[in-house]
Design a protein around this ligand. Structure first.
Ligand SMILES: [Zn+2]
Length: 76
């Protein structure tokens, strides 16, 4: 797994958000809980890792936590 450095995290999130327009794309400052490590993060703290040529949006605690954006629960 190789970490990818993202310059424009807002643009990247919009282009790679796995749920399309529904629900709406969260703000980078929105708080979420990672279902895998049960910690609270800001969306903008996400990391990106490349695996088998595909980029995935990971929990800010990756690679220690294997949660990805689909494991996040929005707060509030
Ligand atoms: Zn996590």
């Amino acid at each position: 797994m190789e970490e990818i450095f993202i310059n424009d995290k807002e643009k990247y999130l919009k282009e790679n958000y796995p749920f399309g327009g529904t629900p709406s794309i969260p703000e980078l400052t929105s708080e979420i809980v990672c279902y895998h490590c049960n910690k609270i993060y800001k969306v903008g703290d996400y990391k990106v890792f490349k695996e088998d040529g595909i980029e995935y949006i990971y929990c800010p605690s990756a690679p220690e936590c294997d949660g990805t954006i689909i494991d996040w629960i929005p707060l509030g």
